[in-house]
Structure formats: C-alpha cells, structure tokens
Write a protein that binds this ligand. Structure first.
Ligand code: HH2
Length: 291
C-alpha cells in the first residue's frame, strides 16, 4: 500500500468519515492525469465519455498510479472558462464511480469551490486547485470536509497568465506566494497541504527550467511538493522542438530532476514509464540517505 498516513476521523457534514494523509509516503508518488475535457492540450477529447474516463482511471491504477487527478476544465494557456454545471457534469460521475472502484485517492482538479465540495462528497480525497486557494470559499470547503489540498502557483488565469511572466526572481516569488497561501490555509484548518510551483502557468520556458533546477527551495518550505511537467510546452522549446506526442523522454528527465530536488508527487499522463523511472529514483534516494 502506497500510503501509510494515520487515518483520522473528521467531522464531515455531520458524519464521521475516515480521512487519511495522501502525500505522506517514504517514496515519491505518481499522480495520474485524467482529463474529462474536450480540449486539454495533450489528451483533450479522449475521455469525455464517462465510461472511457473510468476505464482509463482504473487502467492507470493497474499501471501503478498512486493518485488519480480528475479534471473537467482545461487550464492550458488561453483556455476559455467552463461553466460550473458543465464542469460538474463531466467530473462528478467519474469521481463517484472511480472512488467506489478503487482505494487509490481521487483528486479533483478544479478552481471552483462548489465543484470541489460536491466531488469530495462524491468520494474525492484531494482538492487540486491550480489557482492556489485564492477563493476563500475553496479554503472553507477544504477545511470543512477535511480534504487534502494541492495549492498551486499561477499568475492571473489560464486566459491571461502567459502575458504576465515578469518576476524579480521566479523561484523566490513562487516560494513567497506558496508559503503565504499555505500558512493561511493552515490557519483556516486545512488538514493536509501540498504545494506546487505550477510549471507552465505564467512562466517562460527558461523560468520553468529554473524552478526545476532550484526546486529544493520550494521543498524547504516544509510542505510536500507536487510537480506537473508532463508533455508541457517548455519541454518542446529546446532545439529539438518536439511536438506534444514526442515529449515522453523530456517528461521523464523533468520528473527525475524534480524528484532528485525534493518533489514528493509527480503529475503525469504516461504512467508505466514514469513508474519505472520512479522505482529507480526511489532506490537512489534511499541508498543515498542510508549513507
Ligand atoms: N497542470 C495542469 C493541470 N493541472 N495541477 C497541478 N497541481 N500541477 C500542474 O502542473 C497542473 C495541474 C495542466 O496540464 P493538463 O491537465 O495535462 O492539461 P489541460 O490543463 O489542458 O487539461
């Protein structure tokens, strides 16, 4: 079993439900991406049918995913907003069916507090908020339900973020933001918090590489670090100029850099090759720690 956190009983809508620590693991965890969208940048339209989405989720579990991250809104640069009802209609049936068919924690990737609340009631254990708990209602959902949270750095919105990539020092700016948002969430009673520097969200290619190279600064904040480099455009920005379909090796190189620099969770589309890479990395880390 990948998770060894101590289960706790939390008040949840008048009921007592067991909540476990989702990021507390001696080895790096693999979060499999499941986009129930028509327009995600690399798998848009593949899993819009709930049956296909559930099959894909269970396939990723059999391939070794430790967490499934279900999203109903593309957050690629320039993506249009999706209405709350449309997003719920995509994700809720998938979250409900997955959570009753696997013990692997289900994460709901959303910026909307109502979507998060209903999905947690439907069985999700984690709220993955790419807007970094900016909405006080989202903080309340996380605190009320006892859900774990991934709090990510993004400037502006997906529609505006790539027009806003000026930083004094991107790593220090990201760390300062994540620290203040995480501390506020902690004060509000959010039970388990992980932070994510938000690769590709309002950053140039060079800034994304800088974050990976200095990820230890993010890990030193003291929260588990989630990183999502999978197939992203900064990996296709190098002289080889690779399209999305050819970014597997780049993804695995970025995963390796992230884990060696302190990442606790990597969010990827390609589970089997990443699982094999994580097995090696876990041995390297363990052997290094053993001295
Ligand atoms: N990246 C994406 C979406 N959600 N969540 C976290 N915590 N970290 C990330 O880096 C992250 C995320 C974007 O990738 P993807 O889901 O593949 O694409 P799209 O937003 O087009 O659906």
């Amino acid at each position: 079993m990948a998770f060894h956190g101590v289960p706790r009983l939390e008040g949840h809508n008048g009921r007592q439900v067991p909540r476990r620590c989702c990021f507390d693991s001696p080895r790096p965890l693999l979060m499999g991406v499941l986009n129930v969208t028509p327009d995600s940048f690399s798998d848009g339209g593949c899993y819009l049918d709930p049956d296909l989405a559930v099959d894909r989720g269970l396939e990723m579990v059999s391939e070794g995913a430790d967490i499934l991250d279900v999203g109903g809104e593309s957050t690629r640069p320039g993506a249009a907003d999706v209405s709350e009802d449309a997003e719920l209609g995509r994700v809720l049936p998938v979250v409900e069916r997955l959570s009753s068919n696997t013990d692997v924690p289900i994460s709901i990737d959303t910026r909307k507090a109502r979507v998060a609340r209903l999905c947690v009631h439907g069985g999700a254990a984690i709220i993955n908020d790419v807007s970094g708990l900016r909405d006080p209602a989202m903080v309340r959902v996380a605190a009320d339900t006892g859900a774990s949270v991934v709090l990510m750095h993004m400037r502006g919105t997906p529609a505006t973020m790539q027009g806003n990539t000026e930083y004094e020092d991107v790593v220090l700016d990201v760390c300062a933001y994540l620290e203040s948002q995480a501390q506020a969430a902690d004060r509000a009673g959010v039970r388990e918090i992980a932070v994510d520097p938000g690769l590709g969200f309002g950053k140039t290619a060079r800034q994304n590489f800088k974050i990976l190279g200095r990820l230890r600064d993010v890990a030193d904040l003291g929260y588990p670090v989630v990183v999502g480099p999978s197939r992203k455009s900064f990996l296709g920005s190098l002289p080889s100029r690779l399209p999305v379909a050819d970014r597997l090796e780049g993804t695995l190189a970025a995963v390796s850099a992230a884990v060696m620099n302190g990442a606790a969770v990597v969010r990827v589309h390609d589970v089997p090759p990443c699982r094999r890479v994580l097995e090696v990395l876990a041995e390297v880390l363990e052997a290094g720690d053993a001295g």
